[in-house]
Design a protein around this ligand. Structure first.
Ligand code: 0O2
Length: 232
């Protein structure tokens, strides 16, 4: 989800799109998307605040914080363009709003696996939140071992004269899941690897994902034991 430090998106595009008409279309399009991008930024703020409130209230009653850290990101113009092209969609604001649900992203890194589900439930019980899609890659990890709980939610933002419903992608994961995903993300984008190395590293990454899953369940067991002891 983190946008890596890379050349400015417009620079890459200028190199790729040679004819001046395309360059002008792209520039005009992103100038016109400023208002929509600002709405996505507002939606990110709303969701982030909701999680910060939940963390604050939980720490009051349970004497610990379920959230380790929160990261947010707005998809870059270049990623938006790429995704629209990949999905065979036109470069329009309508196409973005209707089809791309991960323009606004909030990643919540939790201490323990059960914190993920507790926070997701608390968020989804709020009466201004609508669940659009839920993908549980913890219960069913991806083939490469990727684990996280993904939610697409709709949240209202209140502007000067209107209320607007915005979609936000929320990714919830533990510190161990985050550790694995960050390293896998770095490796995934390394180019020019031989098929043999790709096969070997894929297998090894999968083993690491399984180790991280064991780590999560052992840490959860330890915490449960400590919690039970304190209550008795
Ligand atoms: P970025 O830069 O993180 O935003 P789609 O959203 O349609 O392209 P899909 O498969 O429907 O694809 O979405 P899914 O499965 O909900 O995953 C979307 C995001 O989850 C990715 O965003 C990553 O952030 C994360 N993710 C999914 N699979 C993996 C994985 O195998 N490894 C890692 N490290 N992250 C993963 P983007 O758009 O790829 O990138």
């Amino acid at each position: 989800m983190k946008e890596q430090a890379s050349p400015h998106p417009l620079q890459t595009t200028f190199q790729e799109l040679m004819d001046e008409d395309s360059i002008r279309t792209f520039q005009k399009f992103f100038a016109s998307s400023k208002d929509l991008m600002s709405c996505y930024r507002c939606a990110i703020m709303e969701i982030e605040t909701k999680f910060r409130v939940l963390d604050e209230r939980f720490s009051l009653t349970h004497d610990r914080n379920p959230i380790d850290n929160i990261q947010t990101r707005l998809k870059s113009p270049e990623s938006i363009r790429e995704k629209l092209l990949r999905k065979n969609l036109p470069l329009t604001l309508e196409a973005i709003e209707k089809n791309l649900f991960d323009i606004a992203g909030v990643r919540v890194v939790c201490s323990f696996v059960d914190d993920i589900y507790m926070l997701a439930d608390c968020l989804l019980r709020q009466d201004d939140i609508t669940l659009i899609e839920r993908k549980d890659y913890i219960e069913k990890p991806k083939g490469n071992g990727y684990r996280s709980l993904h939610l697409i939610v709709e949240v209202p933002i209140f502007l000067q004269n209107e209320k607007k419903l915005m979609k936000v992608e929320v990714q919830l994961r533990t510190i161990a899941m985050e550790f694995w995903a960050n390293l896998e993300h770095q490796l995934r984008y390394k180019k020019n690897l031989s098929p043999e190395i790709i096969a070997r590293t894929t297998r090894q990454l999968n083993e690491c994902a399984q180790l991280s899953s064991v780590l999560d369940s052992q840490m959860q067991d330890i915490r449960d034991m400590i919690d039970n002891d304190r209550m008795s």
